[in-house]
Design a protein around this ligand. Structure first.
Ligand code: C2E
Ligand code: SIN
Ligand code: SIN
Ligand code: SIN
Ligand code: FE
Ligand code: FE
Length: 411
């Protein structure tokens, strides 16, 4: 538990810490972790507002987490509620004021809002004290709702949130909202870049890239824990990788329509042209302004290399697209990168991308059943894919399914 002095120190650093995070999903995770730490709360959720609706987007719960084995993640479903006075989060959206409830099972009958018991029943959890705070930007627009659940004393008994908690969380929320708005803007810019590619290539959808980003981060995180990387470094890399993975195919924007939109299978020459999307993608980030550009170039360039060396585009100079000296092949191409010659993010996104491509319908193919997809991945361990990453992949299937649900294809 933090002392008052520690809380003030932490609050002073919060803005800097949160503003280092670029990716929206990763930011929400951090906001909730920090908020709960400040007031020693067992659980919490974030709702994001979209006009008259509140979307339940992210949740944490230590009690439920402890029922899982180490390294497993809490699976939750996403849902939406109207932003009206009938729910606690809706009421706070309307009033714009924080709401501190001692026991959600004993709300005064005169209040317009009720606690939704279904969530507890579904999760086998008992919610008692709930502190709900609006996340407002500088214009006082409500971006979302931060809900902190079950304050705990030193003996881990559930207690009400204090007036002090309320004050500190109000301050916390004003800092978090600024970071949230910026991350929403970054996400919107990335999705716009992706939508530009999508106008050319209808299957490169926002949902597909969000899933690939989500899978890639899960795989990276487990890999990094096995390697005992420092958590600060893991957090930073997760953030970069998620955005970079979303842009893995952005180089397709430079591929001609005849090829990109071909409704059937490619012939040899068409496939050779398509392979250039890796180099075009890397060229977009060639001037390397930031760590993000570095990661995005690494992913775009290397996501079609294969562990066994048979992938593309191989060892070449990104600026010219020509093979590096000593790596020329008789057909004019470059020798494929082999095993660890392929940068890690490339190996990870290769796996995430193929998993999603096989699981989804394409203009040139039907979606495969999950069992077919999984045997394809398994059989390509050590061939197309890094076997260590395939092993990690198979330990993440539940969380992949929840990512698939969260970012489902619209049709
Ligand atoms: P994509 O559709 O996102 O597919 C990414 C990767 O998933 C493919 O990389 C491949 O490794 C794997 N994959 C996708 N579908 C299948 C499948 O039916 N069977 C198998 N065994 N693997 C599959 P790849 O082959 O290098 O292709 C890169 C991109 O080129 C594809 O991205 C897609 O946009 C395009 N493409 C590839 N083949 C064809 C084709 O025959 N027709 C059309 N129209 N596009 C194709
Ligand atoms: C962006 O600006 O779209 C992402 C790049 C970054 O935030 O570093
Ligand atoms: C690049 O050179 O653009 C990516 C980094 C790498 O391939 O090592
Ligand atoms: C793949 O590497 O994803 C496909 C290779 C194969 O067809 O076995
Ligand atoms: Fe690709
Ligand atoms: Fe893709």
């Amino acid at each position: 538990m933090l002392t008052e002095k520690e809380k003030l120190d932490a609050l002073a650093h919060l803005g800097i810490d949160l503003n280092r995070i670029h990716d929206l999903d990763i930011l929400m995770e951090r906001i909730l972790t920090e908020a709960r730490r400040f007031v020693s709360a067992d659980a919490g959720s974030i709702y994001i507002r979209d006009k008259d609706m509140l979307h339940f987007t992210y949740t944490q719960n230590d009690t439920l987490q402890k029922r899982l084995s180490a390294g497993e993640k809490l699976i939750y479903s996403t849902f939406s509620i109207p932003a009206d006075e009938k729910s606690i989060a809706g009421y706070v959206t309307e009033s714009g004021q924080p709401l501190n409830i001692t026991d959600v099972y004993n709300i005064e009958p005169t209040k317009p809002y009720r606690f939704n018991k279904e969530i507890d029943e579904y999760a086998h959890y008992t919610t008692r004290s709930v502190l709900t705070i609006p996340l407002k930007n500088y214009n006082n627009d409500i971006l979302g709702i931060l809900q902190i659940i079950n304050a705990q004393d030193e003996a881990m008994q559930v207690i009400p949130f204090s007036e002090k908690d309320e004050k500190i969380m109000l301050h916390f929320a004003s800092i978090a909202a600024v970071a949230l708005e910026r991350a929403q803007m970054t996400r919107a810019i990335l999705l716009r870049m992706i939508r530009m590619a999508e106008m050319r290539d209808p299957k490169e959808t926002g949902a597909h890239v969000n899933r690939v980003g989500g899978y890639a981060v899960e795989i990276y995180e487990k890999w990094a824990h096995h390697r005992k990387l420092r958590s600060k470094e893991i957090d930073k890399n997760r953030d970069l990788l998620r955005m970079a993975a979303m842009l893995h195919d952005v180089g397709k924007i430079a591929i001609s329509d005849v090829i990109l939109k071909k409704p059937g299978r490619f012939n040899h020459d068409e496939y050779e042209v398509m392979k250039q999307h890796t180099v075009f993608g890397a060229q977009l980030f060639l001037d390397r302004q930031s760590d993000f550009d570095e990661a995005a170039a690494q992913v775009a360039l290397n996501h079609h290399e294969r562990w066994d060396g048979d992938g593309y585009p191989g060892h070449l100079d990104v600026a010219t697209g020509k093979p590096l000296k000593g790596f020329e092949q008789p057909d004019g191409g470059a020798k494929g990168k082999l095993r660890e010659e392929i940068p890690l993010y490339g190996r990870i996104v290769a796996l995430a991308d193929v998993f999603d491509a096989l699981s989804s319908a394409r203009v040139y193919k039907e979606a495969w059943d999950e069992s077919e997809v999984l045997s394809k991945i398994e059989e390509n361990s050590g061939r197309h894919f890094d076997p260590e990453l395939v092993e990690i992949f198979f330990s993440c299937l539940d969380i992949f399914r929840s990512i698939r649900q969260r970012y489902a294809d619209e049709d």
